[in-house]
Design a binder for this molecule. Structure first.
Ligand SMILES: Nc1ncnc2c1ncn2[C@@H]1O[C@H](COP(=O)(O)OP(=O)(O)OP(=O)(O)O)[C@@H](O)[C@H]1O
Length: 759
């Protein structure tokens, strides 16, 4: 068709040319055939030229013309001419045919080339279409997988939110358990307060028992008859006490081990709480990370959405823009990678979160276990404590009864009580003191080896080197208490220099365990007076403190320095009134209302106290130090009045002259000390012998203490010993003196009490 079209087109093109110009002869210009019929014929050798179809048709329509019918010659010439024309026409037609064929061949080859090109284009287009289709399918798949991933992320997000909710619940549970613990703590504090109240009540009972003690005196004669029986009871109680002490020690050990366990479980609990806090922090940080990852993921999701939108647009433009599609695919792939990495991160975080939650659960469980353990331990401890308290109460009751009976017997006997205290060995020397390990003298006996000879002594109580200040105070606390009940109480420490008198009487008031008898007695008096307040008792207390140095009184509480020196204007005359109360003129007497006031007084006195040096003790106190607390009590309810006195005396060292190695002033000091101490023993022995004249006035010390030594007071002497072998001679002297004192009957203590309106 195309070839034929091309031929027709070509012929048609030629037909448009003007007919006159087409049929010409060669070089001289061709004539049209019609013109040739009229015009003279072209020369025979000139070829005819045909311009087109019209020329041929004109030639074919040409008619023979002759002059007449018979003009055959003319006709044959014409015919020849016409045949020539026809030949020329045929030749032209043949040439034209060849040219046409050549053109057709050229056209068909062009056509083929065009067709090939066309088919290539078609194939390319088909390929591009196929590729686009594949890309489209791929993108659709990616889209589907992205949607899948998005769904997963959503599901993970929901899970994470759920686990977050669980964590919050767990946290709330932990907080509520902590509140419970705090609640329990409050309860325990309340219980402690109750126990405190009970202690106060017991102290009240103690007071009543003391009242009972007083009433016991009226049954004096009856008790004397019963004394023997009581002695047996004491022994039995002593044995019982020992058993109870052992039981109590066992219980204490058990309680200690339980306490240790409790401490352990407490520390475990605090560790668990710490771990829990760490885990909570970790969970928080993971949550934050998760939150960040979520936000990141949300951003990416938004990006995915926008890219999906873009993808949609790209889908429309797929056919048009393959490059854009490629970019979109690249971005989509990158996004997919980010998404997958995000998913990985989320997964890791989820795993971490799960692990942290697990750890939290574990720690909660451990905490719960620790709590349960703690509760059990607490219960056990409470149980043990109540058993311990019961046992201790039993022991205390037994002990109280024993002491009461013992005191009663002693009071009835009218003895000065003597406690012996041996200090620890301070040097490298060996000790020369032992104690009985069996028999009825345990805790009361002491054995001293001197010059290879053993000397045994028995006192009301013997404290070995291991006895603490508290152990010693427990034994004298009742005596101290009786000062509040209106007795005159006198406690003094006797012994050689460095034997522990000051340690026993004063100790170190700033350190709880080292506080001596003076600060402890004052604390007890103030505490007890507060308890008695609730029973209507109001107390007024006055403290004074003096020392007797070289037979001269010095006021230790005076703020006037001159007055405290020898030769000062103050005379410090000692006077006793009809009620047996002692007054020292010009002596500073301070009203005290609290233990802190007394503590500052003690500090003031310690500073003023004169301290001399001897070869035996660098800080040996060379004076007798007398602390006096006067107690005036009145009961608003019963109008009863009491007046008690508590004298606490740290005597100067009792060593003999040759031992102290003193000369000059020191010799004078030692002589004075010895004089006053020997006066003290003279007074005691003379009272014991019931002599008419008691030489109280022989020394300032004995004269000052006259009312306390005179028979109606409760007197206790500490004999302090140095255990070293080098001190055995002095120790023996002290022990002998103490034994004589212990055997003295100085009278029955009398309570100083009266009714207010009887004054
Ligand atoms: N029971 C004890 N436990 C521990 N250390 C003690 C004990 N008794 C005394 N000491 C120590 O022994 C030393 C001498 O004691 P302290 O000063 O009380 O003796 P003293 O009899 O008062 O002497 P002085 O008569 O010279 O005043 C001190 O260092 C004291 O701390």
């Amino acid at each position: 068709m195309a070839a034929r079209g091309a031929r027709t087109g070509s012929l048609h093109h030629k037909e448009n040319e003007p007919a006159g110009k087409r049929l010409r002869t060669g070089a001289a210009g061709r004539q049209p055939l019609s013109a040739a019929s009229t015009a003279p014929p072209p020369p025979a050798d000139e070829p005819m030229v045909f311009a087109g179809r019209e020329d041929v048709e004109t030639l074919l329509n040409e008619k023979m013309k002759g002059k007449n019918k018979m003009d055959f010659k003319g006709k044959s010439e014409q015919m020849m001419e016409y045949i020539k024309k026809l030949r020329a026409c045929i030749k032209w037609l043949l040439e034209r045919e060849d040219a046409n064929l050549a053109q057709i061949a050229k056209l068909s080859s062009d056509l083929e080339a065009a067709e090939t090109q066309h088919s290539e284009k078609v194939t390319q287009l088909q390929n591009a279409l196929q590729e686009s289709k594949e890309i489209y399918e791929e993108l659709q798949k990616q889209y589907a997988s992205l949607q899948e991933a998005l769904k997963k992320v959503e599901a993970e997000k929901t899970d994470a939110l759920r686990s977050l909710g669980n964590e919050k619940e767990a946290k709330l549970a932990v907080e509520s358990s902590r509140n419970e613990i705090l609640e329990n703590l409050k309860k325990a504090q309340l219980e402690e307060k109750c126990l405190h109240d009970q202690i106060e009540m017991l102290q009240g009972t103690n007071k009543r028992l003391q009242e009972y003690n007083t009433s016991l005196q009226t049954y004096n004669s009856q008790l004397q008859a019963d004394a023997k029986t009581h002695g047996e009871t004491i022994n039995r109680l002593q044995r019982e006490k020992n058993t109870m002490v052992e039981t109590m020690n066992g219980l204490k050990d058990h309680a200690n081990s339980v306490k240790n366990q409790l401490d352990l479980s407490k520390s475990l609990q605090s560790e668990v709480a710490k771990q829990k806090n760490d885990l909570l922090k970790e969970v928080d940080s993971i949550r934050n990370e998760l939150q960040r990852a979520r936000e990141d993921r949300d951003k990416k999701s938004a990006q995915v959405d926008s890219l999906l939108n873009e993808l949609g647009t790209y889908k429309e433009l797929t056919g048009r823009s393959a490059v854009e599609l490629d970019n979109a695919v690249t971005r989509s792939t990158a996004l997919e990678e980010t998404c997958s990495s995000q998913r990985e991160t989320i997964k890791t975080l989820e795993i971490k979160l799960a692990a942290a939650t697990e750890k939290l659960k574990m720690s909660d469980l451990t905490a719960m276990e620790a709590m349960t353990e703690y509760e059990n331990q607490k219960k056990m401890l409470a149980d043990l404590q109540s058993r311990l308290q019961e046992a201790e109460q039993q022991i205390l009751d037994g002990e109280k009864l024993r002491k009461k009976l013992h005191n009663t017997i002693l009071e009835l006997k009218g003895n000065i009580r003597v406690f012996c205290r041996v200090r620890p060995v301070l040097s490298n020397e060996s000790g020369a003191v032992t104690y009985p390990k069996s028999g009825e003298n345990i805790g009361r006996g002491i054995e001293l080896i001197h010059n290879a000879q053993e000397y045994s002594f028995t006192f009301d109580k013997v404290f070995d080197h291991s006895a603490s200040q508290e152990d010693v105070f427990i034994e004298i606390s009742q005596l101290v208490q009786s000062a509040l009940d209106g007795y005159k109480v006198c406690i003094f420490a006797y012994g050689q220099t460095g034997s522990g008198k000051t340690h026993t009487m004063m100790g170190n008031p700033e350190v709880e365990e080292q506080k001596g008898m003076i600060p402890r007695s004052l604390e007890q008096i103030f505490q007890a007076s507060q308890v008695l307040n609730s029973q209507g008792w109001k107390y007024k207390m006055q403290a004074s403190m003096l020392e007797i140095y070289n037979e001269t009184i010095r006021d230790l509480l005076s703020t006037n320095r001159v007055a405290t020196q020898d030769g000062g204007s103050s005379k410090y005359n000692i006077k006793h009134d009809a009620n047996g109360n002692t007054h020292v003129s010009d002596l500073t007497v301070v009203n005290v209302t609290s233990i802190s006031e007394v503590s500052s007084l003690l500090r003031r006195a310690a500073q003023s106290r004169s301290v001399g040096r001897t070869q035996m003790n660098e800080e040996s106190s060379r004076s007798h130090c007398v602390f006096t607390l006067r107690i005036f009590g009145v009961n608003e309810g019963t109008d009863q009045q009491v007046q008690g006195v508590l004298n606490l005396i740290d005597l100067a060292g009792s060593e003999r002259l040759n031992k102290s190695g003193a000369t000059g002033d020191r010799l004078k000091e030692t002589q004075a000390i010895n004089k006053s101490l020997s006066s003290l023993s003279d007074v005691i022995f003379s009272i014991a012998k019931k002599e008419e004249h008691v030489p109280f006035r022989n020394s300032k010390l004995t004269y000052l203490l006259q009312p306390c030594l005179g028979g109606d007071s409760k007197t206790l002497m500490f004999v302090n010993l140095s255990p070293e072998t080098s001190s055995t001679a002095e120790s023996l002297c002290s022990l002998r003196f103490a034994a004589r004192v212990n055997s003295c009957e100085i009278g029955i203590p009398r309570r100083q009490t009266q009714m207010r309106n009887s004054q």
